[in-house]
Design a binder for this molecule. Structure first.
Ligand SMILES: Nc1ncnc2c1ncn2[C@@H]1O[C@H](COP(=O)(O)OP(=O)(O)OP(=O)(O)O)[C@@H](O)[C@H]1O
Length: 232
């Protein structure tokens, strides 16, 4: 056990992630010589990064430094202007659907369907992820959404919508999580609960890349920070 949790919320979840096949020798995800140019501004160049199973990489930097741009490139949602992203020693083009099947990307936006209820959103993602029927009511209750299951998400608060959006992290079996500001709009209890869940994912061989403007409340030896310096 490599992790020490310094803040643990009372709302511990008892849904334990299944262990992934772990090879700590080979990188899971690599960025090699990445360059990103937006509106004639070089956000970053010759940027290298390596992420192995069990590791968490926090991408930090000021507003506009390029954190979301880097995460979108790592997720295969945008192309770098130079360099390439590798997943298990293959370019993303070579890895193809295998990469998509191993990745859970949750972007800046909550990504939920606002006309659907919390229950319908969770049910949709679970079905789309090929996860067998589960007790979605119990999951939503554990995420502090008891009694709100059947309300259209547009009527939920920002933090409640964020909880619905993050619910998929409790049932998708994806080794790599790329999360853009996952703590946005969450209260302290929810942040602590989510970080506890991160530790469980890492300890079962998962890997996480995330951005946050808040300091992580966990101590974990395989946690590294990549600081993107704002460039004019
Ligand atoms: N699709 C795009 N087209 C043009 N410019 C873009 C695009 N995406 C991002 N940018 C620009 O790139 C810069 C970096 O944006 P990005 O969202 O990556 O920053 P960030 O570090 O995530 O910022 P924040 O902390 O505010 O979320 C910004 O100046 C933004 O205007």
């Amino acid at each position: 056990m490599r992790a020490i949790l310094t803040v643990v919320d009372s709302q511990r979840l008892d849904i334990k992630p299944q262990p992934f096949h772990v090879s700590t020798a080979q990188p899971l995800l690599e960025g090699r010589e990445l360059c990103c140019i937006r509106q004639d501004r070089v956000l970053f160049e010759q940027q290298n990064l390596v992420l192995r199973a069990g590791e968490l990489l926090q991408v930090a930097g000021k507003n506009g430094a390029g954190k979301s741009s880097l995460l979108r490139i790592l997720a295969g949602l945008a192309q770098p202007d130079e360099g390439a992203v590798y997943y298990r020693q293959q370019t993303l083009a070579q890895a193809g659907a295998g990469y998509a099947a191993d990745l859970c990307y949750i972007g800046h936006q909550s990504g939920i369907h606002e006309q659907l209820t919390a229950l319908e959103n969770v049910s949709f993602w679970r079905t789309a992820s090929g996860v067998a029927a589960a007790d979605d009511f119990t999951l939503l209750a554990k995420l502090g959404l008891a009694g709100l299951e059947d309300i259209p998400c547009r009527m939920l608060s920002a933090g409640q919508q964020r909880r619905v959006a993050l619910a998929r992290l409790w049932f998708v079996k994806r080794q790599l999580w790329i999360l853009d500001e996952p703590f946005t709009a969450l209260d302290q209890g929810a942040i602590a609960m989510l970080q506890q869940h991160f530790l469980q994912h890492l300890q079962s061989g998962g890997a996480i890349v995330l951005t946050t403007h808040q300091p992580l409340q966990i101590t974990y030896e395989a946690l590294t920070t990549l600081e993107l310096v704002y460039r004019w």
